[in-house]
Design a binder for this molecule. Sequence first.
Ligand code: HEM
Length: 507
Amino acid sequence: MEVSYITLYALSLLIATTLLRRLIYFLQTRTFIKTHGCKPARNVAWTSEPFLGLDYVLECVRKARTGFYMRYLASRFTRFGNTFVTRRLTHETLHTADPENLKYMLATGFEHYNLATLRINAMTPLFGLGIFTTNGAAWSHSRAILRPSFTKQNMTPLLTMMERHFQMLFKLVPTDGSVFDVQEIFFRFTMDTATEFLMGGSTHTLDPNRKSDRERQFVNDYMNCCYEAVRQVAFGKLQFLSRTPKGIDAATKRARAYVDRFVDEALRRKEKRKALGQSEDEVEYNFLEELAAQTTNRTLLRDQVLNVLLASRDTTAALLSNMFYELARKPELYAKLRREVLSQIKGELPTEAEMGDMTYLKWCLNEALRMYPVVPGNTREAIHDTILPVGGGEDGKSPIFVKAGTPIFYNVLAMHRRKDIYGEDADEYNPDRWDGLRPGWGFLPFNGGPRVCLGQNFALTEASYVTVRMLQSFDTLSAHDDKPWMEQYSLVLCSRNGVQVAVTPAK
Ligand code: HEM
């Protein structure tokens, strides 16, 4: 009997505490909402299946199969507005393509938002605890040890390295007018340059004579693991339903072991230099060795290399492919860009300074990044109760209250196609629009704020270098594929049908 009383008291206490906690939270939230002037979101999208929103999930799967996923997501902003909430009975998600909200989430209110947990869970198996898979102090540490490797970068040896790989790329281009997929060779080019830049050893995917079985295996393993991570992220809240395919664990182990060899080599060389009393400044640039000057933690070094490889490889290839997709369809733009390149290069090979002076090249790259942002959509998650500055109230100009844990999907593609920012021809590839255009946070290909892309300079230099060398080498470039643009969106956004072109060599 006594026990029952104790149980009853304990239960009542629990209920009372829970109710009290809820009341306190309710009052605190009401004060928070009042203080920040928050109003309910102006635009609300309900899902037909009210619990998990399965109708929406199925529509996304259908669109992804037909190559329209990102454009479908972008079209929802035209339908529902630049910021809207998708409501299900179990939870709600926020969606925004508004520069002001992005600026807050990524910069001014950075401390209120984290990378989404779903992304971290999906990526950690291969990428470990690197810059792409951590928040807070662990991310700050990653950023601090990686930053010097990017800021100290001397581009001249990198351009020499790029030229070596460009020569291999050049050999794969048919000069008899046959059609080939330039996207495919851009992806191989950036895999070779990224691995050489990061580890000091290239995968040589462009060079059939040098590619070994081990390198081939690494490229396969690495790509399979990346696609698996993306698949897991796409499952979202339904991640628990997805099974890891057979072979992924073994592929992860092999990919890690491949990078470990380079890490061990870098650590051995560092030890040797120390023993000989040599200074770190005497070392020829090598990303891993630069990193080893910051930390000798073997696992951390490997994880960072795998993270930066993910960041650097497909991104630059996608930018190049998307730009050449458009240039191949607009011969007048190719000719205009070629005139700029030929008039400004003094020697045979472009220097960093010469490329920096090419205004039209910059516009062509910007326009490709605008129309086809390589990372077209992204997510953040509210760490605690916070706000988005706009999207609430009748006119959508008031802040919205964001409950802790709410995922915010931000859609860069939708923002880059906004007619009120870029004009009525926002769906057209028109590099000349960049003459005097300053869209601020309305243009966000490299992210912004403290987590802005670390490799922006490297990427733009590499993309400029390859473009200049292509234009120097080929008088014309023409499209040989009349299919409309369909997206291939897994790690990055590029063309599902590749970029089928033919060239005429320079006379
Ligand atoms: C056209 C090429 C590229 C584009 C469009 C691009 C875009 C981006 C974007 C959107 C992010 C933010 C991701 C997020 O926070 O969710 C990012 C982060 C990052 N990027 Fe890039 N990137 C490119 C090339 C590169 C290259 C070549 C490197 C390295 C060599 C690189 C290194 C990084 C790193 C390390 C981060 C993580 C920054 C952090 O979280 O603190 N990126 N990039």
